[in-house]
Design a protein around this ligand. Sequence first.
Ligand SMILES: [Zn+2]
Length: 102
Amino acid sequence: MTLRRRIISLLRKTDHFLTAYQIIRILGIDIHERELYEHLKHVARTIWRTSGGRERLVMRLPRCRSCGFVFTDLEEPWRPSKCPRCGSRLIEPPAFAIIREK
Ligand SMILES: [Zn+2]
């Protein structure tokens, strides 16, 4: 199974949000967080296409642990390194789940 298929399979059978770090650890793969975000971009398109729009990859947005700032303008999966409001580097990373239409 390709890595992207393994990621999709994991997200389908998990009923809560997973961070990039958790996905890497659960799958036991040796890739950088940055690479996983790249795979997730493709995974999002694949899931949408193969399900005819009934399944979607959703991202819980990253958030500053110090002041609560939420990175709402994020268009692609990414973990910002620094909070633009308070300058803290304690950023809660984005997390991912597959949502199915009933
Ligand atoms: Zn902050």
